[in-house]
Design a protein around this ligand. Sequence first.
Ligand code: COI
Length: 354
Amino acid sequence: MIAATDFNITRVEHSRLKDFDMGNIPFGKYFTDHMLEVEYENGEWKTPEIKPYQPLLLDPSTAALHYGQAIFEGIKAYKDAEGNAYIFRPYDNHARFNHSAERMMMPAVPEEIFIEGMKTLINIDKNWIPQKADHSLYIRPFMFATDNMLGVRPSETYKFLILLSPSGPYYSAPMRIYVEETYTRAAQGGVGFAKNAGNYGASLLPAELAKKRGYDQVLWTDAFEHKYVQEVGTMNVMFIIGDKAVTPRLDEGTILAGVTRDTVITLLKEKGIEVEERLLSIDELIEAYKAGQLKEAFGTGTAATISPIKELKYKDFVMKFDVDTWKISPELKRTLDSIRNSKEPDTHGWMVKI
Ligand code: COI
């Protein structure tokens, strides 16, 4: 067990915080004074180092740069009005991280490094946690293969790092979404459920083509028939159909088990709304829309939280929504924000105090 005192800590001489404008920050562009870095070799994790944020020196043959043996997580930390800092559901992200690691033939990162490292790092940089609405400290744990070799085999050495990024909202407005029928995010037996770097790299071209057509992102459909809904952009997707919430089920192995997805499902059920996790076809969405039963459509994710979809285009058919009249997803967002800002009691133990 690695106690907090087992971290090697080197602090910056001068914090960059005093020159940083907390009033106007984009998502994921700026980083705090420190980062955490740990090496894995000879089958074990070495002593974690917390040190000034700095570039990495890598051999050009570093395995992750060639074959994408790399995974990550996204987590958020908040500060309440009294200045107490909390991380939202980090144990769930830790479990998912190790699930991704298993799929990518990478070693598990123990809780003493993942959770205690994150807490120790945030504690050092806690003045960087924004307190403005829709802002947070975005936490980016990641791991990559560091063997210097070009053979395709699992690396024997790895680096695990945690970066902290004070961030504003991911999407500033409701999204216009294009239903993707050519490209595929994930197929059964693939890596769709894992948070590996390649899933996101492969999404860039379809997302760019959607942008050229005037849309913000794509709605991913299944690999075989492009008929069943999977995810939206980098988020899970949810629809209010009639008086129920419907979201694609996880058991195909193609869907990321979103922590925000799970949070939203829990809150929906507590608000008395039935949730169905099941196959959901585009045809069903269109029928519901025509019948006036497709009430709300939104993405859920750590970075973007709950992001409304104001337009959904499938072939020549366009579904438009008057987001301002919605009741359920705005109420979910309000509840979630209140829990995260400690304005409502955290009855689920989601907020982990630092
Ligand atoms: C997150 O929501 O944390 C994500 O992983 C999306 C992202 C790649 C910014």
